[in-house]
Design a protein around this ligand. Structure first.
Ligand code: ZN
Length: 233
């Protein structure tokens, strides 16, 4: 993938965060990494999602952490993104949001319980909640790597959520799925104790969804990555 294509994809992914109502004002951010070049692009700090263009994204070297393009300053969350990419080899995209329901669980320091099959489809387990850490240095990155579970998502107590995947669009799709799961689990918890799905059952749903759901599509190309997130039926 060229740098221009990566910029296009990550710009689209950032706008999807806003279009799905997962961010307020300038909060939240998405980055994408091309591991073949070791370059990532991330949302600039304090820029409106509405006006964000691919050229505004800040290019950064994964190894040195040096900003390549000097047009705008990167998101203040860049160190956390760098730490995740450096310590989680399969990750090519990261989304961070303070979305309403996921952040409500984070505010009380509780994981989102694995209580729905749609959650098992996407995540294969509960969404853990890491204890509170401040945003100095690698504290957030270390908490994510240390407390993550089976799911490609985690809550940070008193803060918000991170999701990750092979691409920036995958990470945003999971942010949408996380908010949906967090909302439904919250509603369920108003009626009573959510019924948790045993892990071995969750694995069956997860494996089936990841190997048998949807249409058979040709290998991913830059033209096919702009699809909208969709829910399992
Ligand atoms: Zn945050």
């Amino acid at each position: 993938m060229s740098l221009e294509q990566l910029r296009e994809e990550v710009c689209r992914a950032n706008k999807l965060l806003m279009e799905h109502g997962l961010v307020c004002l300038h909060s939240g951010n998405v980055s994408g990494l091309d591991r073949s070049t070791g370059r990532l692009v991330i949302k600039p700090s304090g820029v409106d999602y509405e006006t964000l263009s691919p050229e505004d994204l800040v290019e950064v070297d994964l190894i040195t952490g040096k900003v390549i393009s000097t047009h705008l300053r990167p998101s203040v969350d860049l160190p956390h993104h760098l730490y995740i990419y450096r310590n989680m080899p399969g990750v090519g995209g990261i989304a961070h949001a303070h979305s309403d329901y996921a952040t409500a669980w984070a505010a009380v320091g509780r994981p989102v319980p694995l209580c729905l099959t749609s959650m098992a489809d996407y995540f294969g387990g509960e969404i853990p909640c890491a204890p509170y850490v401040d945003n100095e240095g690698d504290n957030i990155g270390q908490a994510i790597v240390r407390y993550r579970g089976r799911a490609p998502a985690i809550l940070l107590a008193n803060h918000g959520a991170f999701t990750w995947g092979p691409t920036a669009l995958d990470a945003v799709k999971l942010a949408v799925a996380l908010e949906d799961a967090a909302k439904k689990a919250f509603l369920a918890s108003q009626l009573g104790q959510p019924l948790e799905i045993p892990l071995e059952e969750a694995r069956k749903w997860y494996d089936k969804y990841h190997h048998g759901y949807g249409q058979i599509v040709p290998p991913r190309t830059p033209q096919t990555v702009t699809r909208q997130p969709q829910s399992p039926g």
